[in-house]
Design a protein around this ligand. Structure first.
Ligand SMILES: [Zn+2]
Ligand SMILES: [Zn+2]
Length: 612
């Protein structure tokens, strides 16, 4: 229960420390995000009261090009790990990766009592967890708009929202200090293709005056009411009818309703379906099992059947609408797809719009498609080939008007989007001081129906996931990858006799991604000579391996920079064996004669090798 009376000192004397309203007190409900604020991705919002934490969503963020080799970005779960004594349950709003993608990583580190997820999301989570061993123990409980989760301190209820994937829920969280509405991802569409939004329920929640609304900000910068998914459906049907030959349609696999629309349109035009791309195959598979996509086995073409089917009876649905280099469409465009070879009679449709940052890779693919002679159609102001799954400004106003909260916190968006959403709320009459634009880790205190920004915050950092390693790729590794990408690598191999403190042969330099060796023989020879000379000098007195390495680096780095204006990573490899060095010298001589690319063979048995 809220308990502030005994600590509250309205007229504090000078001797006693002043009552600090912004300090977290026992009995407060804490509201904070570990991901999702200042970014579109890795959504994770926490509601904490006493020994219970209700977590809403657990997503990943897909990294940009600057994070070389990083597969996902996830929130730093350390706060939750530290809170391991508290009871934690996870509520999922819908099955998109930015809301469920982090679950395997979370479960590996944090004790979660139960996961509550709507039907479609549950199927996707189960599929995801089946790929990781030992994570099946956590119960996943199916919820819908009529469910209610009751714990000691929380009551969680739901309402249907419209989004691009079936079973998307908004959440109403009641805590001893007041209630919070969390919209999840939503839009309003008055002619929706799937489940309708629970307008009445939202209005009813509004009548009860919830304390805080947390709402999706993704499209806070978009003015008009978004296009209805129904309009997209009729546009696709029209194109499908008019196309005389083969149809190839690329869209987001995550947009399950769209995939379904495309399939329905194709079937109506007497076409059969071929599905390409792992995520697309996955989603179609799950959506068929759930009854969201209704298609008979006989209407699906295997890759082999594809070539035997007349072109005007074929519709190919594939991934790659964002120009992803490994996706099906990219391989089709490059002519490297195993089953699909473009024909000038093909019609290729992008039922998507470019995510900012992907435009240039998409344009490259469109260019290749045009070169093949195919007809290419993509989203423009002239057509309705795509619509968003997120509320525009007008729809955000409608949500604010339905829920009528006392306080507002824009979520799910980059800082600009959060600020635009803030302005939208002000336009609807919300007092600016009642709006909180927060960062990951910031804590809001809900205390007796009042929201206060805490002066304390939790860690809200990013963790980079490299493959399945969740220990968090260090920034040092990324820094190295960036240097490697920009400047390349130079390895200096020397052989010494450490007992005698002698160099056994002159240094050999090999490089990757630095200079074209064949054209830079003189540079490499000179570098080898300089390193050799300074090592001779160094070895006149007793020295250590690390001193030798430092000597190599401090000689070579300035020399290479002076000659090439590049700072490659210099890796000294010291061999404490004359024999190995001789082998390398021999191989290199043989290579020089054959003029083949030089590759040093890895010698795993070489115990004397000391590399770093
Ligand atoms: Zn979503
Ligand atoms: Zn989302």
């Amino acid at each position: 229960m809220p308990n502030k009376s005994n600590q509250h000192q309205g007229h504090s004397t000078n001797r006693k420390p002043a009552y600090n309203k912004n300090q977290v007190q026992k009995g407060d409900t804490l509201i904070y995000a570990l991901g999702g604020l200042g970014e579109v991705g890795k959504n994770m919002y926490c509601y904490e009261y006493e020994n219970e934490i209700c977590i809403v969503d657990c997503g990943v963020l897909f990294p940009g090009d600057e994070l070389l080799g990083v597969d996902y970005v996830i929130p730093d779960y350390h706060h939750l790990i530290r809170m391991n004594k508290k009871r934690k349950f996870l509520v999922i709003t819908h099955g998109h990766e930015d809301h469920i993608g982090g679950i395997p990583f979370l479960l590996k580190q944090v004790q979660i009592d139960a996961i509550y997820a709507p039907r479609f999301a549950k199927a996707l989570i189960l599929k995801k967890l089946s790929e990781h061993k030992g994570l099946e123990k956590t119960p996943i409980i199916e919820i819908d708009e009529n469910s209610s989760i009751k714990t000691r301190y929380f009551t969680v209820g739901f309402f249907n929202t419209i989004h691009s994937i079936p079973d998307s829920l908004g959440v109403l969280i009641t805590t001893p200090n007041g209630s919070i509405v969390h919209t999840g991802d939503f839009k309003f569409d008055l002619t929706p293709v799937g489940t309708n939004a629970d307008y009445q329920k939202m209005a009813y929640i509004g009548v009860m005056q919830p304390d805080l609304l947390m709402a999706d900000s993704t499209n806070a910068g978009v003015e008009e009411f978004s296009i209805s998914e129904k309009d997209v459906a009729s546009e696709i049907l029209e194109i499908m009818r008019n196309a005389k030959h083969r149809m190839i349609i690329a869209t987001f696999a995550s947009n399950v309703y769209r995939v379904n629309q495309i399939i329905e349109a194709a079937l109506r035009c007497g076409r059969k379906i071929a599905v390409f791309g792992r995520s697309m195959e996955n989603v179609v598979d799950i959506a068929r099992k759930m009854g969201v996509i209704k298609i008979k086995n006989s209407q699906i073409l295997s890759p082999e059947e594809l070539s035997r089917t007349p072109d005007n009876e074929v519709c190919i649905i594939c991934t790659g609408s964002q120009g992803e280099p490994l996706a099906a469409l990219s391989r089709i465009a490059s002519g490297t797809h195993r089953y699909i070879h473009l024909k000038p009679s093909d019609t290729v449709v992008f039922s998507s719009s470019p995510i900012p940052g992907n435009a240039s890779s998409i344009n490259k693919i469109i260019d290749k498609l045009f070169r093949s002679g195919a007809t290419v159609l993509s989203k423009s102001v002239l057509n309705n080939l795509h619509t968003t799954g997120h509320a525009s400004r007008e729809e955000q106003k409608l949500m604010l008007q339905l829920i009528r909260p006392r306080y507002f916190m824009p979520i799910h968006g980059e800082y600009k989007m959060l600020m635009q959403h803030r302005q939208t709320a002000i336009d609807t009459g919300m007092p600016p001081e009642n709006i909180f634009v927060c960062a990951n880790g910031d804590i809001l205190i809900l205390r007796d129906h009042e929201i206060i920004q805490s002066d304390w915050r939790y860690q809200g950092d990013d963790i980079y996931v490299d493959g399945n390693d969740i220990s968090g790729l260090s920034t040092a590794v990324l820094k190295d990858r960036r240097i490697l990408a920009d400047n390349g690598l130079v390895a200096v191999i020397i052989a010494i006799d450490s007992k005698e403190n002698k160099i056994l042969s002159r240094p050999i330099i090999v490089s990757r991604g630095f200079v074209f060796i064949k054209d830079s023989q003189a540079l490499i020879k000179e570098a080898e000579f300089i390193v050799g000379a300074s090592l001779q000098e160094k070895m006149k007195e007793k020295t250590t391996f690390s001193e030798i390495k430092n000597c190599i680096r401090s000689t070579l780095e300035p020399f290479l920079y002076k000659k090439t204006h590049r700072n490659p990573i210099v890796i000294p490899v010291i061999l404490n064996s004359k024999q190995t060095m001789e082998e390398i010298t021999k191989k290199r001589a043989a290579h020089d004669r054959s003029k083949k690319p030089y590759r040093r063979k890895e010698n795993k048995d070489n115990k004397n090798k000391e590399a770093q």
